[in-house]
Design a protein around this ligand. Structure first.
Ligand code: PCA
Length: 324
């Protein structure tokens, strides 16, 4: 008898919880093992706990629900309530989305955080106009070059097919005499194996996740910039929540920003070692190459400032004040 009552109470509880719970789908583009995805899953668990089960988020990693290039639109249009996207891939919509991918503007974790702090308000306002509410943002590790041969200067890059992931990396390819091909991270192993692409600039993390040592041989640390992923909610879904629920989720978002940064730093060392252990030559780029890239960085900074206008200029100015 006692047992039956227990079952009845449990059934009642779970029914009422199921009625109240908002079920959110959260597409993420990168592999399940990647630290962004692990961090997103921890964030989803935090939201479940902090809202007492009111908001129940299911993470879909590895581009399984929507591919990277589709995620932002899916959130904007309410096909999903929440998701994660590399915002710089949408720089063609709004220059501010690409501020984290200007070569050598912010090339350490510290600088990346300061640049994000200087950008946040403008970014939030821009996303708001697109029906999006920004929750948190986490940097990828510093970006370096992958090749299948030794490269010591820009002249060595001529004619190489270069995998790009946003317009800044495509522009970088042009300025270094390479041929850009835009490919999502989920598809790069195949692109390298079939020769559609022969090089890229990315983190040790992505090279490691995609086992690029199967096709490529060299990784050159450049620390060009640290692009960031942003986790965003559909504004209508956000406004449907009450204030307590919003506060609980914002608390989890702050925690995820902090733990994501920590995971990114840890994963940097781990994946650098992993690339070397799997036979890649890993080391700093030559002084000559870095110098040439810095010149290209200056060109790209000027181009971005022209495109971004006054508000972009103010963000860069505030950032430069913060790093003085
Ligand atoms: N990995 C992602 C973006 C930046 C990075 O380190 C990619 O290569 O697509």
């Amino acid at each position: 008898m006692k047992k039956m009552i227990g079952v009845a109470v449990a059934a009642t509880l779970s029914t009422s919880a199921a009625v109240a719970a908002e079920k959110w789908d959260m597409p993420m583009a990168y592999s399940d093992s990647n630290f962004h995805t692990q961090n997103g899953k921890a964030f989803a668990r935090c939201v479940g706990t902090a809202t007492g089960g009111d908001v129940d988020i299911t993470v879909h990693g590895g581009g399984s629900l929507f591919k990277g290039g589709e995620i932002k639109r899916a959130i904007q249009t309410g096909q999903v309530q929440i998701g994660e996207r590399l915002l710089s891939a949408h720089q063609n919509e709004e220059p501010i989305f690409g501020i984290d991918s200007i070569p050598f503007l912010a090339s350490s974790f510290d600088a990346s955080e300061k640049l994000f702090a200087a950008t946040r308000k403008t970014l939030e306002a821009t996303l708001d106009e697109q029906n999006l509410h920004l929750l948190y943002s986490v940097p990828w590790p510093p970006q370096g070059f992958y090749f299948k041969k030794e490269v010591n200067e820009v002249a060595d890059m001529k004619g190489i097919k270069f995998r790009s992931y946003n317009s800044a990396t495509a522009r970088l390819a042009e300025l270094t005499g390479m041929i850009p091909v835009q490919i999502e991270a989920a598809e790069i192993s195949q692109a390298f194996a079939t020769g559609v692409a022969e090089s890229m600039i990315s983190s040790g993390a992505t090279g490691y996740d995609r086992k690029v040592w199967e096709s490529l041989t060299h990784f050159y640390e450049v620390d060009g910039w640290l692009p960031r992923n942003a986790v965003m909610v559909n504004k209508d879904a956000w406004e449907d929540l009450d204030e307590d629920q919003q506060n609980a989720i914002s608390g989890c978002a702050d925690l995820a920003a902090y733990s994501g940064l920590w995971r990114s730093k840890q994963y940097t060392d781990f994946t650098m070692k992993g690339l070397a252990e799997n036979g890649m030559s890993v080391g700093p780029a030559s002084d000559k190459l870095v110098e040439e890239l810095k010149e290209i960085g200056a060109t790209m900074t000027a181009e971005w400032l022209t495109a971004a206008g006054e508000s972009g200029g103010e963000v860069v100015k505030a950032y430069k004040e913060a790093i003085k």
